[in-house]
Design a binder for this molecule. Structure first.
Ligand code: NAD
Length: 491
C-alpha cells in the first residue's frame, strides 16, 4: 500500500521555547521526518525563538545534535538541507527583546493577502505562565492576523485557570486560530478508532449499552515523574493524564456519529459526552502512589519529588458513567499510573455474553472483546469465540482476529507517523479536528474539579503500590465489586 504525501502550502513555523526539551525531543524531529517524507515545501522556514543567547549557526548545531539524538535517521545531506531552513531569534516572552527581529521575518501588513493569507504557525512550547505574554506581543507586533497558535498542555490547572487562559488567548486570537494539543489524539490508532466506528456497519449497531458490558481505558507508564517533579507534585495523575488524555479517548469511544468529519462537528459531539458524564462518586475512584524498592535502588514517589508528606497521586482509577440513551448502564473504567509493570495504552470494549448458550454450561462463558492498542504496537484485535479444534465435542475457545497495522498496511503501517508529525502538519493545513476546543477543555475541568476538591476536603491519602506492579489493590476491588476484572497490563 502506497502512502500519499499530501502537499502543504509554504509556511513559517516559530517555536517559542525552541531550545527546550519538547522542541528537541518531539517538535524538531517531527518536522525533520516530514521534511524527509517530502512534505516540507521549498520556502518553508522554522524559526527557533528562546532566551538563550546564540546565533542561527549555533542554533543549527543545536538542532543537528537534537536530530542525531532523537531522530536517529537521515543522511548528512538531508540534515544539511533541513538545517538550511532553520533560523533563530533571541527573544523574551516576558519582555520586548527580539520581537522586532521576529517581525522582520514576515511581510509587512500592506503585503498581507487577505484572500490567500500566508501560513504562520506560532508554537507555544514554553511554560503556560508565558502564554498570555506571547499572545499579547504577537498581537502588538502585528503577527496575530491570520496566525495560528499551538498551545501545549497543561491547559490550566482547574476550571478557573483554564477559563482565564482561554480568555487571555481569545483577547488576541479567534478560536479558529487556536490549536490546543493533546498528542494522544494524533496517534494513528485513535483516528482509526473513528474509522472503525464510523466507516463500518459491523460495529456501530452494537456500540451501545444493549451490547457493550463495559469499557476499560488504560494508560500505563513504566516511567516516574521524569524531571517534572515540581509540576507533577502540584498536578498528579488526575490533572496530568485523566482530565485530558483519558478523557479524550473516552469521548472518541462514546460520542455519537458526527454529521461529517469536520472539526466543529467532531468536537461538538465530544463536548456532549463530557457534559453527559455523571459526577464521580468518591467510592468509584482509587488513588495510588508508588513505593520505592530499596533492593534495586528505586526511589519512592515521595523521594522522587522530595516531599515526604506529599499526598499527590501517581495513579488513579475510576468508574465513569455517561448518562445518555446510548450508554446508560454501561460503565467506563479508566486508569492511569506511573511506574507500572508495563508501558501500555489500550482501550478494551467488552461486549456482553450471548443471551443464551446453546452449548451448555461446560462450554463456559464467552464474550467478544475489541482491543484497541495505542502504544506500543498500535493495532486492533477482535476476540471471537470458535470451536476448539480437534476431537472431544463442542468446546469453545476465544481467539483473536488480529489486525496489526504492520501486517495489513505493509511498510507504512509498521511506522505510523509520530503523533507530533501528524498534528503539526494538521496545524499547517488548518485542520482543527484533532485539537481540543476551549469549551471542551473547560467542560473536562468542570468534571475533574469536584473530584479533586473532594480529596482535599476529606484529606484523602493515596494508597501505596509497588513499583512495577499493576497499581493498588483497591483498583481491583473497584472492578470486582461489579463482578468484573481489569485486563492485564502487558507491553
Ligand atoms: P523546557 O523548560 O525544557 O523549555 C522551555 C523553553 O522555554 C526553553 O527553550 C527556554 O529558553 C524557553 N523560555 C523560558 N523562559 C522564556 C522567556 N521568558 N522567553 C522566551 N523563552 C523562554 O520546557 P519543555 O519541557 O520543553 O516544555 C515546554 C512546554 O511544553 C510546557 O508548557 C510543558 O508543559 C509542555 N509539555 C512538555 C512535554 C515534554 O515532554 N517536555 C510534554 C508535554 C507538554
Amino acid at each position: 500500500m502506497v502512502s500519499r504525501v499530501i502537499p502543504v502550502d509554504p509556511f513559517d513555523l516559530v517555536i517559542f521555547g525552541g531550545t527546550g526539551d519538547l522542541a528537541q525531543r518531539k517538535i524538531l524531529p517531527a518536522l525533520f521526518r516530514r521534511f524527509r517524507g517530502g512534505q516540507m515545501p521549498t520556502g518553508a522556514r522554522i524559526i527557533g525563538a528562546a532566551r538563550a543567547s546564540m546565533d542561527t549557526d549555533a542554533y543549527r548545531a543545536f538542532v543537528m545534535s537534537a536530530l542525531q539524538e532523537f531522530s536517529g535517521d537521515g543522511s548528512a545531506q538531508e540534515i544539511a538541507d533541513f538545517l538550511s531552513r532553520i533560523h533563530y531569534v533571541i527573544l523574551d516572552a516576558d519582555g520586548d527583546t527580539g520581537w522586532s527581529t521576529l517581525r522582520g521575518f514576515f511581510d509587512q501588513d500592506d503585503e498581507f493577502d487577505e484572500a490567500n493569507p500566508p501560513v504562520r504557525v506560532f508554537y507555544f512550547s514554553v511554560r503556560p505562565r508565558l502564554f498570555g505574554g506571547l499572545a499579547e506581543r504577537l498581537y502588538r507586533y502585528g503577527m496575530a492576523k491570520g496566525g495560528r497558535i499551538v498551545v501545549e498542555k497543561p491547559f490550566g490547572n482547574d476550571l478557573e485557570t483554564a477559563r482565564t487562559l482561554n480568555q487571555m488567548l481569545a483577547a488576541y486570537f479567534h478560536e479558529s486560530q487556536i490549536y490546543r494539543i493533546d498528542h494522544y489524539l494524533g496517534k494513528e490508532t485513535v483516528q482509526n478508532l473513528m474509522a472503525i466506528r464510523f466507516g463500518n456497519m459491523l460495529f456501530e449497531p452494537l456500540w451501545n449499552s444493549q451490547y457493550v458490558d463495559h469499557i476499560q481505558i488504560t494508560v500505563a507508564e513504566t516511567v516516574d515523574v521524569e524531571g517534572r517533579e515540581d509540576y507533577y507534585d502540584r498536578a498528579g495523575a488526575m490533572r496530568d493524564m485523566m482530565q485530558n488524555h483519558l478523557m479524550q479517548l473516552l469521548c472518541l469511544i462514546a460520542m455519537e456519529p458526527p454529521a461529517k468529519f469536520d472539526s466543529d462537528a467532531v468536537r461538538d459531539e465530544k463536548l456532549k459526552v463530557i457534559r453527559a458524564l455523571d459526577p464521580v462518586q468518591p467510592h468509584h475512584i482509587v488513588r495510588g502512589q508508588y513505593s520505592g524498592d530499596a533492593d534495586v535502588g528505586l526511589p519512592s514517589y515521595r523521594d522522587t519529588v522530595g516531599n515526604q508528606r506529599s499526598t499527590t497521586e501517581s495513579y488513579v482509577a475510576l468508574k465513569a458513567h455517561v448518562s445518555n440513551w446510548r450508554w446508560a448502564g454501561t460503565p467506563f473504567y479508566l486508569r492511569t499510573g506511573k511506574r507500572l509493570v508495563a508501558r501500555s495504552s489500550v482501550i478494551n470494549v467488552m461486549f456482553k455474553d450471548a443471551p443464551h448458550s446453546i452449548f451448555g454450561a461446560d462450554a463456559g462463558r464467552h464474550a467478544n472483546l475489541l482491543t484497541i492498542r495505542l502504544q506500543p504496537n498500535e493495532g486492533i484485535t477482535l476476540q471471537v469465540t470458535i470451536k476448539e479444534p480437534g476431537q472431544g465435542g463442542m468446546r469453545l475457545v476465544d481467539v483473536p482476529l488480529d489486525m496489526s497495522f504492520a501486517e495489513a498496511l505493509g511498510k507504512e503501517g509498521s511506522h505510523p507517523a509520530d503523533a507530533y508529525e501528524r498534528l503539526i502538519m494538521d496545524v499547517i493545513r488548518g485542520n482543527q479536528t484533532l485539537f481540543m476546543r476551549g469549551d471542551e477543555v473547560e467542560a473536562a475541568w468542570a468534571w475533574t474539579d469536584p473530584v479533586i476538591a473532594g480529596w482535599t476536603a476529606r484529606g484523602d491519602v493515596p494508597k501505596p503500590y509497588d513499583s512495577a506492579s499493576i497499581g493498588p489493590g483497591d483498583a481491583d476491588l473497584l472492578m470486582r465489586r461489579d463482578g468484573r476484572e481489569w485486563r492485564g497490563i502487558r507491553p
